[in-house]
Design a protein around this ligand. Structure first.
Ligand code: FA5
Length: 343
């Protein structure tokens, strides 16, 4: 049996060692190791408490009180050291230098052409048009033949494009989606179709070889040119402003009859003529017309029963007109100094 005096000495030694270990702990991990060593279930102090039962009954209260006091002091030292360690600056991270200038957050933004597309689609959504998409890799049938463009006809040259494989090409306009929608949906149909198109065009101030278009198509019984014209004028007023005038010029597209190019008065000069509109006072905004009966036949609609109109606009050219941008390439070069102006 351990004599009580020796037990008291052991207790004092454990407490002193424990306090020293706690004080010299350099991290929370080291502190935890000290706690386990001195206060843990098989730690030094617990061992002394266990042996207390073997001491003479008269001395147990004194020894017990001393052991509890040692335990309390060790626990208090542990808590104090833990607080100090948590507050101390980490050794792996240098302290923050509050005199340094702040780092600017990098905010993204919607591309100006995408913004124009969204705005245009929203105006047509209010008129009951759904927003749909179609494939960018297209067959000759949808890109040309279903649209009343025989492959050997010179009109096919208007949309010269990039071939991916025999009979498969990158679509040169969004008009093929007209045929795809009509094949799968019965009238009435009202859709707008934004998407990329590809042409063997030079990359110059007004042309890009890859550019966006928005197709529009409305088909039902009794749709006439008056409804078409009213819809487009409503769109122009909403998008460009109440005072913008619209002009329809006769044009030729194999898939519409009659066909028209639509112009709006130039936003930069109000129609007087300036460098944006090349002195004409007008900006061309879309190709359009009443859907050709041959297209209805190709997709299985009855041309005696249904009529409709279609249009195709270039949102990048529209964005140029709206923001007074002189060169379309600025939209596609990815220069943040230019793009950041539209955030
Ligand atoms: C067409 O592509 C017809 N599919 C439009 C159409 C649809 C007519 C439905 C009738 C009915 P066009 O080739 O004119 O038409 O192109 C339409 C618009 O796309 C142009 O007004 C122009 O804004 C834009 N566009 C054409 N080529 C380019 C290009 N290389 N870069 C940027 N925009 C272009």
């Amino acid at each position: 049996m351990t004599p009580p005096v020796q037990l008291l000495d052991t207790l004092t030694r454990i407490e002193e060692e424990g306090l020293a270990a706690i004080e010299s702990s350099g991290s929370l991990d080291e502190l935890e190791a000290a706690r386990i060593r001195y206060l843990g279930r098989s730690g030094g102090l617990t061992d002394v408490l266990r042996r207390l039962g073997q001491a003479p009954a008269a001395q147990r209260p004194v020894l017990g009180a001393a052991a509890n006091e040692a335990k309390r002091r060790l626990q208090a030292a542990l808590e104090e050291r833990a607080v100090a360690l948590k507050r101390a600056p980490s050794t792996t991270r240098p302290p923050a230098d509050l005199t340094m200038p702040g780092r600017r957050a990098c905010w993204g933004g919607v591309h100006p052409v995408t913004r124009v597309i969204d705005e245009i689609c929203e105006i047509f959504r209010e008129l009951g048009f759904s927003r749909v998409r179609g494939p960018e890799a297209e067959t000759e049938w949808y890109n040309f033949e279903a649209l009343n463009i025989p492959l050997e006809h010179p009109a096919a040259d208007m949309w010269d494009t990039f071939y991916l494989a025999d009979g498969v090409l990158l679509r040169s306009h969004t008009s093929p989606v007209q045929a795809r929608i009509m094949e799968t949906h019965d009238p009435p149909v009202r859709v707008v179709v934004p998407g990329m198109c590809y042409r063997r065009d030079p990359f110059d101030a007004t042309h890009a070889p890859a550019f966006e278009q928005i197709e529009g198509l409305a088909v039902d019984e009794g749709i006439d040119f008056v409804e078409f014209r009213f819809t487009i004028e409503h769109f122009v007023h909403r998008f460009f402003g109440k005072h913008t005038r619209t002009r329809f010029r006769p044009a030729y597209f194999p898939f519409t009859e009659p066909s028209a190019e639509v112009d709006a008065t130039c936003g930069s000069c109000g129609g007087d003529g300036c460098s944006t509109c090349k002195g004409t006072g007008w900006i061309e905004i879309m190709g359009s017309g009443m859907v050709h009966p041959a297209v209805f036949e190709a997709v299985g609609y009855d041309p005696e029963r249904y009529t409709g109109y279609a249009f195709g606009m270039g949102p990048a050219r529209i964005a140029m007109a709206r923001y007074g941008i002189p060169d379309i390439r600025l939209f596609y070069e990815g220069d943040l100094r230019f793009l950041e102006q539209f955030r």
